[in-house]
Design a protein around this ligand. Structure first.
Ligand code: ZN
Ligand code: ZN
Length: 183
């Protein structure tokens, strides 16, 4: 079985830190990128993660750029989603031989404030970190463009390229509103 490049043993991180480059050729990363895609189209992605060793934690400082096909939730047209994201995660190290683990109150508090810390044992799973960050970076509403007008629920017109042909509804509240605005 091929070595999982996204799993880094902590004893393999040199004091100067470790830079890991992840390309889409990496199977696990490719699967994460594919998980964001909808419909056919080219998928590209690359990520960089720097791991820095600290006595009680490991900092994972990274970035990625990912391009995947998507479908607009408003107009239902396919579009190309491009995500670029930078992140820092603080990974608290567990150590059985250190019962004073909670002693460093200052660091613990600031890390808890960031709410981005998790525990690691003897290896760092870059796949889990990247998966989390990819989800964070993905907008909750996937639209082809911010100003996409979508599809009219009445006549079905694709409002970016054609006008709505619905009969205007007569709403008595409209007259009241007009009267207000004219004052
Ligand atoms: Zn759209
Ligand atoms: Zn319409």
């Amino acid at each position: 079985m091929a070595r999982d490049l996204l799993k880094v043993r902590i004893d393999e991180i040199p004091d100067a830190g470790l830079d890991v480059s992840i390309e889409k050729a990496d199977e696990r990363f490719a699967a994460l990128v594919a998980g964001l895609a909808q419909g056919p189209g080219e998928q590209t992605g690359k990520a960089q993660v720097r791991l820095e060793l600290w006595p009680k934690r490991i900092d994972a400082i990274g970035s990625f750029a990912v391009t995947v096909p998507q479908v607009c939730v408003r107009c239902l047209e396919p579009f190309v989603m491009h995500l670029e994201h930078q992140f820092t995660q603080y990974l608290m190290r567990t150590s059985a031989d250190d019962p004073e683990e909670a002693g460093d109150g200052e660091i613990e508090l600031s890390l808890r404030d960031l709410d981005r810390s998790s525990l690691v044992g003897d290896e760092v799973d870059l796949g889990g970190i990247l998966q989390e960050e990819l989800l964070l970076a993905t907008p909750t509403k996937l639209v082809c463009k911010e100003e996409c007008k979508g599809i009219c629920g009445g006549c079905g017109a694709e409002l970016n390229s054609e006008p709505c042909t619905c009969e205007p509804e007569i709403d008595p509240r409209w007259d009241a509103l007009k009267a207000l605005k004219l004052d």
